[in-house]
Ligand binder design. Structure first.
Ligand code: FES
Ligand SMILES: [Fe+2]
Length: 383
C-alpha cells in the first residue's frame, strides 16, 4: 500500500477528501497520537486558570498526561504526570490548588516546579535531585498556554503565531478570565471535527444562531481549490475574521454584545471586529469585542473526540450584572452542538463500505489546508 502521506498528497492534488482507511484504522490512530499530538504545540488552558501560585491543571493527550502548575515564583512549570518512583499517575485529571504534588502510592512529594522534595525511607545514598519529574516544554501566547511533549520541538511557537499576533492583540485576551467551560464528547474521529471547523459550506443550512450575526456571503470564497502552495504558507496556523452583518457588533444571537465590559482596546472605542485563530491540532479561538470562545480538541479514541469550550470575558465582568451567562454562551454552544451532530453523522457514513472520499467544493479551501497539515505531519514522521 502507498504510505499515508503519499495517499494524502494524491488526495490533495486531486481535490479529494481523506480516504476511508485513515478514519477507521486503529493503527493509524495510534500513529497519529505519537506523530502529531506527540510533537505539536498542544493547547493546555488560559493563564487565568492558573492565576495563583500552586494552581495547576492537567492536559491529557492519548496515553500521556501533563501537569501545568504556577510556581511560587510566578512562572509556569509543565511536567509529565508520572511519579519517578514506580511510575504511578501523580494527580488525577482535572485542576486544583496545592502546595506540592504527593504521589498517593508511596508518598514521594514533588514541588510545584517538579523537583523531588520528599521520598520516605530511601537509603542515605539516594540523591533526590536526580529524581525530579520529567519536564515538558511550555509556552504562553496571548494568554493561552501550550505544551509540547517532544524532547526538542521542531517548531517555534512564537514564530508560528506571528501571523495571528496583530489581529488578536487588541482583544488583550491575556487579561481576560474564563467565565464558563463546557466539555463535549463527540462520537467522531478527530479529523472529522477539524474538517468541520474549517469550512462554512455547511453554515447556511445548519447554523441559524450563527447566521443571525454573521454575513455569510462575505465568508464564502469563490475560486477553485488551489493546489499550488504559496511561499511562507503554513497549513498548521489559520487566522480569519468573521464578517458581521450590518449593525452587528459582536458574534451573538442578534449581533449585540453579550457582555457590557468590552475587551482590551474595544473598551476605548476600537471599531468592532472578530478574529479567529486555529492552531492545529488542538486550538480554535474566536474573539469578539466583548467575549471570546476557545476550543481545545482532544482525541479520545478512533471514533471519540473530546472538545472543551471555554468562554472568556473581561476580568472584571460580573455574571448577571455585566452579562447573562445563557446569552453569552448561546451562539457557540448551539453552533458547536450543531457541528458535533454533523461530525457524528459523517462518522456513521465514513464507516460504511460504500464511502469513498468525494470531491471538495471551492468553499472548502481551508479543509484542504487541514489536509496539507495532516499530510505534513505524516510525512515528517515517515508515515
Ligand atoms: S509510585 Fe509514586 S511514590 Fe511510589
Ligand atoms: Fe459549523
Amino acid at each position: 500500500m502507498t504510505n499515508a502521506s503519499e495517499l494524502m498528497r494524491h488526495q490533495v492534488a486531486e481535490g479529494l477528501g481523506i480516504p476511508r482507511d485513515l478514519y477507521l484504522s486503529e493503527e493509524v490512530f495510534n500513529q497519529e497520537m505519537e506523530a502529531i499530538f506527540g510533537t505539536s504545540w498542544i493547547y493546555a488552558g488560559h493563564v487565568s486558570q492558573l492565576a495563583e501560585p500552586g494552581s495547576y491543571l492537567t492536559v491529557e493527550s492519548g496515553k500521556e498526561s501533563v501537569i501545568v502548575a504556577r510556581t511560587r515564583e510566578g512562572s509556569l512549570a509543565a511536567n509529565f504526570n508520572v511519579c519517578r518512583h514506580r511510575g504511578a499517575r501523580l494527580v488525577d485529571e482535572g485542576c486544583g490548588v496545592t502546595r506540592r504534588f504527593v504521589c498517593p502510592y508511596h508518598q514521594w512529594g514533588y514541588d510545584l516546579d517538579g523537583s523531588l522534595k520528599g521520598a520516605p525511607k530511601m537509603p542515605e545514598t539516594f540523591d533526590r535531585s536526580q529524581y525530579g519529574l520529567t519536564s515538558v516544554h511550555v509556552k504562553t501566547w496571548q494568554g493561552f498556554i501550550f505544551v509540547n511533549l517532544a524532547e526538542s520541538p521542531t517548531r517555534d511557537l512564537e514564530d508560528m503565531l506571528s501571523i495571528g499576533e496583530e489581529g488578536l492583540a487588541p482583544f488583550d485576551l491575556a487579561s481576560a478570565r474564563v467565565a464558563h467551560t463546557i466539555t463535549y464528547e463527540i462520537s467522531a474521529n478527530w479529523k472529522l471535527v477539524w474538517e468541520n471547523a474549517q469550512e462554512c459550506y455547511h453554515c447556511g443550512a445548519n447554523h441559524p444562531e450563527f447566521l443571525s450575526a454573521v454575513d455569510i456571503r462575505e465568508i464564502t470564497s469563490d475560486g477553485p481549490v488551489v493546489c499550488e502552495i504559496p511561499p511562507g504558507y503554513d497549513p498548521v496556523v489559520k487566522t480569519a475574521r468573521f464578517p458581521l452583518k450590518a449593525g452587528a457588533t459582536s458574534l451573538t444571537v442578534g449581533g449585540q454584545p453579550a457582555s457590557a465590559r468590552m475587551l482590551g482596546q474595544f473598551a476605548e472605542g476600537l471599531e468592532p471586529y472578530t478574529a479567529s485563530v486555529h492552531i492545529k491540532p488542538t486550538f480554535a479561538l474566536v474573539a469578539c469585542p466583548d467575549y471570546a470562545m476557545v476550543l481545545r480538541d482532544e482525541p479520545i479514541s478512533l471514533d471519540k473526540t473530546r472538545v472543551t469550550a471555554s468562554w472568556l470575558v473581561h476580568k472584571d465582568a460580573e455574571e448577571s450584572v455585566d452579562y447573562d451567562l445563557a446569552n453569552l454562551i448561546r451562539v457557540w454552544d448551539e453552533t458547536n452542538k450543531q457541528d458535533w451532530a454533523l461530525c457524528e453523522r459523517t462518522q456513521k457514513g465514513v464507516q460504511s463500505r460504500a464511502f469513498v472520499a468525494g470531491p471538495l467544493s471551492y468553499e472548502e479551501t481551508s479543509v484542504v489546508d487541514f489536509h496539507r497539515a495532516y499530510e505534513g505531519w505524516l510525512q515528517a514522521a515517515g508515515l
